[in-house]
Structures are given as structure tokens and as C-alpha cells.
Ligand binder design. Structure first.
Ligand code: TXA
Ligand code: MG
Length: 322
């Protein structure tokens, strides 16, 4: 169901240098014309985001990719064909015209084609590229509903396109294709194995040794609720709880013996459903003034890697240096 009048209005706002929050399958983005430096400055201001954090350019057709990158290597072509529209961002060498404010002054640019009918309709109507970071204040949890965008940005955004709850719920997988061996910079629901399958080669997953300061999530508190959030093994929960006055407990796999008065959230068992619910759950708990949000750690298997990554960041337990 495409809301034609709204899409037209949103495209006009982009053309005149305004900010439009748009739904994608991952999280809501705060969009601006990728060729309008003044508009993009407003994004950084609205989010309180440092200027050296590069933005992803969103496109409405696979064939638009070549307008933004110097060349489209075979790897990029294969991945785009297999996963676009979808939750995958490709990092490639940029065209000279791509603004420094988009790339943080780097010679690479991140591009993705989102899989949401309203986002695609907007991109195709607008015609150009749209830079869109997640539509939250810097370091906060990404919004997965239009209401969450409103809560994060209020009137700093000119228009919010409401496309319902985001289907995936976690930000896109980011893969850097500018090296001989592709490197995953941010894990997402498109996993290393899925990428290797399509590429027919191994892919590096260097979240730990990423030395590039512009690598995603460089802040140790990123994607974080305001409430103190801790991540711990099921076995330690019961004991830890004794020392917390007003805890909220988020479990997924095991039942925990907790006092009846403790707020208890049971998350889904499947990684896909867990990812879908995670940010919404954190946001809901965050507004209830708990002393701590205590989250049961999730399995160490491949399909949970992206979720674990976000949980570590939400709890500030990521050991990557700032
Ligand atoms: O799912 C998503 O990717 C969402 C939706 C709205 O599309 N967008 C998103 O954008 O998560 P943002 O700005 O919150 O995160 C983008 C990440 C940043 O951490 C940034 O460092 C990284 O992408 N990035 C962008 N361009 C890059 C580049 N040229 N090299 C390395 N990292 C880059
Ligand atoms: Mg973000």
C-alpha cells in the first residue's frame, strides 16, 4: 500500500533540503539529499553526531550503484544481485563527486538499497541518493517504529513517513569490498556464511581488530539505553539480582528463578524474532525507570552474532577501544 501523496510530499521536502525520516526493513533512517551539503549538515546537528562518522547512501535501483562508486567489482555485483533490496551495505571506492561530509573525508562510500516499499517508492520518486543514518540521537538505540523516531527527534525532522514496525529490527550488515579479502565492519542479519556462500570465498570478520577509527560503533556506548544495562550468563542472574533494587530482566533461552515482583521480559527463541523485538523492548524498558536492565546472554552461534554485538554495545561491554 503506497501512500502516493505522502511519497510526493516527502520527495519534495528532500529536494528542498529538508529532512525526512523513512522506514526501512532494518531501522528507521533520517534521510537527506545525498548531494546537498547543507541538508546533510542538518542531519549531524539533529542527531548530535560527530562529523567524522560517515553516512550510508541509499539508492532505489541496483543500477544506481555505478553513479556513486568508481567501479563496480564483480563481488559487489554478486552481493547486490543476491541481497538487494535488503539489509546489506557495500563499502566501495567513491566517485569524486561524493561529498566529504557523506564519507567523513574517506575515499570510500557505503551504499545500500533498502527493502521497504515506502523507502523504495521515495527513493525512486526522488530520483537521487538519500543519506540516512539511523533516526536516533547519537549513541541511542535505533528506532524501529515511527513513534520511536518522534521520541528521538521531535521537530528536528520535517516529515516522518510511517511504514509500520521494521521487519528486521537491527541495522544492516556492512561489508568493505575495497580490500583483497572482503571485511565485515558491522555484523547484521546477513551473516558471514551467507556472504561467503554468494562470493565463493572467505570473508574476514574483524570487529575486534578494526583499527580504523571510523569503523562503525567505535563508541563503547552505542545503541545504548539510558538505563544501566548489563549482559550476563544465565547462571549468574539469580545471584546478581539480589543486589539490584528495581531490575528488569530480559531472558530468551532459559527460565530464571526470580522474585514475583521483578519485571520479566521473555524474548523469542529464534534469532530472527529476537532481532525484530530487541530495540523496541529496550526502548519500552528504558522509559520505565528501572535501576538496571539485565539481559541474559545469547548463544555464540553465527545467527546470533549481530544480536550479541548490539547487546555488548548496549551494555557498554564491548571491549573495542573508543
Ligand atoms: O540499516 C542501516 O544501515 C540503517 C538504515 C537506516 O539504512 N542505517 C544505519 O546508518 O545504520 P548509521 O549511520 O546509523 O550507521 C552507518 C554506519 C556508521 O557506523 C558508519 O561508520 C558506517 O556505517 N559507514 C558508513 N560509510 C562508511 C565508510 N565509507 N567506511 C566505513 N564505514 C562506513
Ligand atoms: Mg546508527
Amino acid at each position: 500500500m503506497i501512500k502516493t501523496a505522502e511519497i510526493r510530499e516527502a520527495a519534495d521536502i528532500l529536494r528542498s533540503g529538508g529532512l525526512v525520516a523513512l522506514p526501512t526493513e532494518t531501522v528507521y533512517g533520517l534521510g537527506a539529499d545525498a548531494a546537498n551539503e547543507a541538508a546533510i549538515r542538518r542531519i549531524f546537528k539533529a542527531k548530535g553526531r560527530p562529523f567524522d562518522h560517515p553516512l550510508i547512501v541509499h539508492i532505489g535501483k541496483i543500477s544506481d550503484l555505478s553513479q556513486w562508486v568508481l567501479e563496480v567489482p564483480e563481488n559487489a555485483e554478486r552481493l547486490a544481485k543476491a541481497f538487494w533490496p535488503g539489509p546489506l551495505t557495500l563499502i566501495l571506492k567513491k566517485q569524486p563527486h561524493v561529498l566529504n561530509i557523506v564519507t567523513g573525508g574517506q575515499d570510500t562510500v557505503g551504499i545500500r538499497m533498502p527493502n521497504h516499499p515506502l523507502a523504495l517508492a521515495l527513493l525512486q520518486t526522488f530520483g537521487g541518493g538519500v543519506v540516512a543514518p539511523s533516526a536516533n540521537q547519537f549513541t541511542h538505540v535505533s528506532p524501529t517504529t515511527a513513534a520511536a523516531v518522534r521520541e528521538e527527534l521531535g521537530d528536528k525532522v520535517d516529515f516522518i513517513l510511517d511504514g509500520g514496525a521494521c521487519a528486521v529490527g537491527l541495522e544492516s550488515t556492512i561489508i568493505d569490498l575495497t580490500h583483497e579479502v572482503p571485511v565485515i565492519l558491522r555484523p547484521g542479519m546477513i551473516t558471514q556464511a551467507m556472504l561467503e556462500d554468494v562470493l565463493g570465498m572467505s570473508v574476514r570478520n574483524t570487529r575486534q581488530d578494526a583499527s580504523d577509527v571510523r569503523a562503525p560503533g567505535m563508541h563503547h556506548l552505542h545503541y545504548a539505553p539510558m538505563t544501566k544495562t548489563v549482559l550476563m550468563a544465565n547462571a549468574d542472574l539469580a545471584n546478581y539480582l539480589k543486589a539490584v533494587k528495581k531490575p528488569a530482566v530480559v531472558v530468551s533461552h532459559n527460565d530464571v528463578k526470580v522474585p514475583a515482583e521483578v519485571q520479566f521480559v521473555k524474548m523469542p527463541n529464534s534469532a530472527k524474532a529476537y532481532a525484530h523485538d530487541l530495540y523496541h523492548t529496550l526502548r519500552e524498558l528504558d522509559r520505565q525507570s528501572f535501576q538496571e536492565i539485565i539481559i541474559e546472554s545469547v548463544p555464540d552461534t553465527a545467527e546470533w552474532i549481530a544480536i550479541k554485538d548490539r547487546l555488548m554495545k548496549a551494555s557498554g561491554s564491548s571491549n573495542r577501544s573508543p
